[in-house]
Ligand binder design. Structure first.
Ligand SMILES: Nc1nc2c(c(=O)[nH]1)N[C@H]1C(S)=C(S)[C@@H](COP(=O)(O)O)O[C@H]1N2
Ligand SMILES: [Mo]
Length: 297
């Protein structure tokens, strides 16, 4: 299929619909008018970063903790013959090739804000599939309340793993309703190109209303489980990084404010802008009704 953002993307391309809804969803009426209104309201400032920005300023600790380490080192990642082990409380467990897992699913193009817990942000035009489509295909069994993900470990190719900069494998997880939300995707590309290794090739999670550390890269295992799974950053320091990690300008990180963010790109002087609750994706608010916002950090 032709990806429109292979060409120069103009602001006119970033229509409220094109932003994250594809034709299938609109025609199927899978979302309400209110939802589209929310997205339209937040569309004003949404200009995708350049592919160069997206590929040169990264967090991928398996390849080092510096922002340029992943671009420098991730070329060594071996993505050949990639398989993803799907297990736990599913009807169709097994080891899937990429093509078996996502090849038959609707390809999506989504331009999302991406907000790191460190208070920088980008706008990324992703390609991939809805995680819900994958989960429905493998068949979530009753009692499967969470989804747990793990990143590949290739010590010989990963200097950060050899130096044990944090515990590996990198692990992340979502509650089932978060995993099933239509905004949540498994991305395999950016700007119509396959993911660069430093962006989490060949397949990574994207959860745009949560801090970036939830969006786990280079996934080799997906497990449906009953209880909240272990997750890397929460396990390292639960006071600073929670399981939910919803973007919230009103809940400070213990060591810095989350009220504003540094916009990557745009020349020498990185602009700052106000951080939006749920990173601007208000339609997820209903998932957290009755929960204490401080517990959702
Ligand atoms: N396996 C793995 N996934 C990861 C990380 C990591 O270090 N290892 N870093 C996370 C963090 S903190 C962020 S902000 C995003 C960065 O994604 P990007 O480099 O594609 O912008 O990846 C997330 N996924
Ligand atoms: Mo991050």
């Amino acid at each position: 299929m032709a990806y429109r953002w292979k060409n120069n993307l103009t602001q006119a391309d970033v229509t409220p619909k094109g932003m994250w809804l594809n034709r299938r969803q609109i025609m199927a009426g899978a979302v309400g008018a209110g939802l589209i209104g929310n997205v339209a309201g937040a569309a004003d400032d949404l200009e995708p970063n350049s592919l160069e920005d997206i590929r040169s300023y990264n967090n991928y600790y398996e390849f080092g903790t510096g922002k340029s380490d992943p671009a420098e080192n991730a070329g060594a990642l071996d993505t050949s013959n990639w398989t993803i082990k799907v297990g736990g409380m599913v009807d169709n467990p097994g080891e899937y090739t990429l093509d078996e897992l996502v090849g038959d699913l609707t390809q999506e193009e989504r331009i999302y804000r991406f907000r790191c817990v460190e208070a920088w942000s980008m706008v990324v035009p992703w390609n991939g599939v809805e995680l819900a489509d994958v989960l429905n295909k493998v068949g979530v069994q009753s009692g499967g309340n969470y989804v747990a993900f793990e990143t590949v470990v290739q010590p010989e190719n990963m200097p950060g793993v050899r130096r044990n900069v944090i515990p590996f494998p990198y692990k992340e997880g979502l509650r089932m309703d978060e995993a099933m939300h239509p905004l949540t995707m498994l991305a395999t590309g950016i700007y119509g190109e396959p993911l660069a290794n430093q962006n989490g090739a060949p397949i990574r999670l994207v959860v745009p209303w949560k801090y970036g550390f939830k969006s786990i890269k280079s996934i080799v295992s997906i497990n449906v489980v009953a209880e909240q799974p272990e997750t890397t950053w929460k396990d390292i320091n639960f006071r600073e990084y929670g399981f939910f990690a919803n973007v919230n300008p009103n809940v400070s990180h213990p060591r810095w404010s989350q009220a504003t963010e540094r916009v990557i790109g745009g020349g020498l002087f990185s602009a700052r802008k106000d951080t939006l609750l749920y990173n601007g994706y208000d339609e997820v608010a209903s998932l957290y009704e009755g929960m204490d916002p401080n517990a959702l950090y």
